[in-house]
Design a protein around this ligand. Structure first.
Ligand code: NAD
Ligand code: UDP
Length: 316
């Protein structure tokens, strides 16, 4: 297949490009580099089956004949989407519409990267796909949550009205190499701080929970969904839940750092608990994650150590 990956210069998108190329497909990556980096794609630039197009997907474009669209373009870290609030709403609305139009015109299949944020600060736990969520539609996080909820709605509409063959993956907190070290998400923040001997910043009292999925598990789940015939949303994430305080302690233990923990203010509308119910993915896709948090942190260490060393060299 010839596959379009939007947001392919980002963390998840670049791993997806690697996996699609490894399966023998040709890949066109469209990215405006808002939060992504060419460094994530450097190893692919000499690959004949790979093309990079610097492109804002909110503007109409035509990548030529394509068979599958993986729509991953969107800021994803709370720090990034709070900084780029309007752009986040634009890529989730105009950007998603453009990508669905491309899929319709080329008779291509379409997969939307959606998010556990669609559940907001959930009142149902763990979250099943049938839960409609508890989202503040006018709070600071609404630029992301509502953009993704709109993206899901318009994806279902293109499926219902135009018979586009669509999929929706609800991705839960995923981490690993190629995350921006300063993107503000909890694992890169903690690894960065621990490796530099700084105190780890736990927001609130650290009792809020998240469930962390290593990137290779996430990409495998996404590819299995892409091959399935399921049109309704499917959760793909790791169902082992940690408090943020436990996560900080795991990072300190894995890095062997002498860092301590310091407590800072909890951001507004920060979800108190988040954990996927993955029964649907297990039954439908025969998928479940294999990499636990400790192993995933170890697999990420080399990348983060190099990034810290590079930053220190640049500061000299
Ligand atoms: P990322 O910020 O590393 O990657 C996003 C990419 O999209 C970047 O390369 C950025 O430059 C690009 N982009 C943004 N706006 C664009 C536009 N208008 N046109 C073209 N490109 C644009 O984030 P990520 O963690 O790799 O997330 C990728 C996708 O997965 C996002 O859609 C995100 O919502 C979703 N997701 C990720 C997670 C996670 O834990 N990593 C969780 C839930 C959902
Ligand atoms: N968090 C934290 N310290 C940090 C960064 C994040 O305590 O340095 C917390 C944050 O408040 C949230 C959780 O870690 O409760 C996960 O945050 P992240 O930004 O990774 O993603 P979210 O799941 O909120 O989208």
């Amino acid at each position: 297949m010839r596959v379009l990956v939007t947001g392919g210069a980002g963390f998840l998108g670049s791993h997806l490009c690697d996996a699609l190329l490894a399966e023998g497909h040709s890949v066109v990556c469209a990215d405006n580099l808002l939060t992504g980096r060419m460094a994530n794609l450097e190893h692919l630039l000499d690959e004949a089956r790979f093309e990079f197009v610097e492109q804002d997907v909110c503007r109409a474009f035509d990548p030529g004949k394509i068979d599958y669209v993986f729509h991953f373009a969107s800021p994803a870290s709370p720090a990034d989407y709070l900084k780029h609030g309007i752009e986040t709403l634009q890529v989730g609305s105009a950007g998603t519409l453009n990508c669905l139009e491309l899929a319709r015109q080329h008779h291509a299949r379409f997969l939307l990267a959606s998010t556990s944020e669609c559940y907001g600060d959930p009142l149902e736990h763990p979250q099943r796909e049938s839960y409609w969520g508890h989202v503040n539609p006018v709070g600071p996080r609404s630029v992301y949550d509502e953009a993704k909820r709109f993206s899901e709605a318009v994806t279902m509409a293109y499926h219902r009205y135009h018979q586009v063959d669509t999929r929706i993956v609800r991705i839960f907190n995923t981490y690993g190499p190629r995350m921006q070290i300063n993107d503000g998400r909890v694992i890169p923040n903690f690894l960065w701080q621990a490796l530099r001997g700084e105190n780890l910043t736990v927001y609130g009292d650290g009792s809020q929970t998240r469930s962390f999925c290593y990137v290779s598990d996430e990409v495998e789940g996404i590819l299995r969904l892409a091959r399935s015939a399921e049109h309704a949303p499917v959760n793909v994430g790791n169902p082992t839940e940690f408090t943020i305080l436990e996560c900080a302690r795991k990072v300190i233990a894995t890095t062997g750092s002498a860092s301590q923990i310091k407590f800072e203010a909890l951001p507004q509308d920060d979800p108190k608990q988040r954990c996927p119910d993955i029964s649907k993915a297990q039954q439908l896709l025969g998928w479940e994650p294999k990499v636990d948090l400790e192993s995933g942190l170890r697999l990420s260490l080399e990348y983060f150590k190099k990034a810290v060393a590079k930053d220190a060299a640049a500061a000299r």
